[in-house]
Design a binder for this molecule. Structure first.
Ligand code: ADP
Length: 468
């Protein structure tokens, strides 16, 4: 039952029916009262005409009622009660009836005479005769010469009431039929309008994780449902893209994890195969430790990215002197560059402040500096510069390494993307360094840019908005 009532089709139909019922009720009431006013008004109008006509007749009289000629008021209505017409003329003291049609002693519209109050009211009123006939009566004081009389007329309102009853009957018969037709029509209309939604639901249900490339059909992209379907399709597109990225990431991560693990296992097997001298054992164990270090570094990087993806990494910005942070990093990594006889040239602005999360900022700069050291040849120069450009604090790391040809520029920041994977692994790369740097910089609302050509060295620049 709840499902039945919560169906939009049923709701629309019921609302439609209710609205029509309200309109019909209002219309019927209006029509009924308008007709009633008209029909009863017509009877009343005739009553006033009767009074006027009697008054005119009375004014033409000499002095006494004995000579009254009321022959034109003959009782012509007796044969049909619906045309009943009653006229009474009473003396001013209301004791004596001078004339009446039909000519009866007893008044069918109330005896003895019209009361003062009836006269004072002066407007037609309803009256039900003893034989059950509905009448409209009107009393009026009529003056002629120096005399006064009371004229009382009554007309049957049966015809008007019969017409009103007929109208009411028609309304009562027609209204349910109209509402019934409206409900059926409303239901069919709602079903037809909502058919594309049902279609869309069925199609959307079929789009599962392994069928994310499917899309909803859009018969009319410009109507409301077409726009809804377009929005759904865009969502499916984004979902498909993230799913693909996730799958790629998982398979890349497994592959990267397997490489050092396989190396560790192979080295273990080699040690166990035959007895070796202590020097050889030392060498193999230190290689195993190196691989384990690689593995730890890879897992750390993966964790950094997955936390960032899950929105679990908080960026707590504080005002920092960026030149100082860069300088500390360079002090730390100079040992690494000295191993390759590289020289790091620093051109650092003093008092170079911006709001940054120290840890994320350090991570981004470290990754650039380490890459420059890793990929540049021995005896080369690495230049690190901080400078202000418009409202951005810029940190540039420039090397004389192999450079990166333009076709790799857009992909270089993707996870696990390497230009030369063998070489990257040899120098301890995970393929995640630039992806982490990009995430850290973008989390500050900044950009990371690359200017490089194959064979001409590379310049990576971090641009951070100062005020933010
Ligand atoms: P990796 O850990 O492999 O260095 P990165 O994400 O830091 O991963 O870098 C991605 C790839 O970009 C590297 O494998 C390397 O091929 C290239 N790359 C990064 N920095 C430089 C650089 N300074 N000079 C030349 N190539 C670079």
């Amino acid at each position: 039952m709840r499902f039945f009532l919560s169906s939009i089709r049923i709701k629309l139909t019921l609302w439609f029916g209710l609205a029509l019922l309200a309109i019909l009720t209002l219309y019927s009431f209006g029509l009924f009262f308008f007709m009633r006013e008209n029909l009863i008004g017509e009877v009343d109008r005739k009553l006033w005409e009767d009074v006027e006509s009697v008054q005119e007749t009375l004014q033409d009289l000499p002095d006494s009622s004995a000579g009254l000629d009321f022959s034109k008021y003959k009782d012509s209505s007796a044969h049909d009660v619906r045309d009943r017409w009653i006229l009474e003329i009473w003396t001013s003291d209301q004791n004596k009836k001078l004339f009446s049609v039909p000519n009866k002693i007893e008044s069918p519209i109330g005896s003895p005479a019209p009361s003062e109050c009836e006269v004072r009211r002066g407007s037609p009123r309803d009256f039900r005769s003893e034989d059950g006939l509905n009448l409209r009566t009107l009393c009026s004081k009529v003056e002629f010469g120096d005399r006064t009389a009371f004229v009382r007329v009554a007309r049957s309102s049966e015809r008007a009431l019969a017409e009103l009853r007929e109208l009411l009957f028609m309304i009562l018969i027609a209204a349910p039929i109209c509402i019934g037709i409206a409900l059926i029509g409303g239901y069919l209309l709602a079903r037809k309008s909502l058919a594309p939604v049902i279609d869309m639901t069925e199609q959307a249900e079929k789009i599962t994780a392994d069928r994310l490339s499917e899309r909803l059909q859009i018969p009319n992209p410009n109507d409301e449902l077409g726009r809804l379907a377009t929005t759904f399709n865009r969502t499916f597109e984004r979902l498909e893209k993230s799913f693909k990225q996730m799958k790629q990431f998982t398979s890349d991560a497994s592959h990267e994890l397997r490489t050092p693990l396989t190396a560790i296992r192979t080295m273990g097997e080699v040690i166990l195969r035959e007895n070796r001298n202590p020097e050889e054992y030392k060498e193999i164990v230190s290689s195993i430790l190196e691989e384990a270090d690689e593995l730890r570094h890879l897992i750390d990087s993966l964790l950094t990215l997955s936390r960032a993806d899950a929105g679990q990494t908080q960026i707590n910005k504080k005002k920092e002197n960026l030149s100082e942070v860069v300088s500390e990093i360079l002090d730390h990594f100079e040992v690494l560059s000295e191993e390759k006889d590289q020289i790091i040239v620093r051109t650092l602005e003093s008092d170079f402040f911006a709001n940054v999360d120290r840890s994320a900022f350090r991570q981004a700069v470290i990754n650039l500096v380490v890459n420059a050291i890793k990929y540049s040849p021995n005896n080369s120069v690495i230049k690190v510069r901080t400078y202000l450009k418009e409202s951005f604090a810029c940190i540039e790391v420039k090397d004389d390494g192999p450079g990166i040809s333009p076709e790799h520029h857009s992909k270089i920041f993707e996870r696990f993307y390497r230009i030369d994977s063998g070489r990257s692994r040899d120098v301890g790369g995970t393929g995640l360094g630039l992806a982490i740097a990009k995430w850290a910089v973008e989390a500050h609302g900044g950009n990371i840019k690359l200017v490089s050509e194959a064979g001409k060295g590379s310049a990576f620049t971090i641009e951070l908005p100062i005020g933010v």
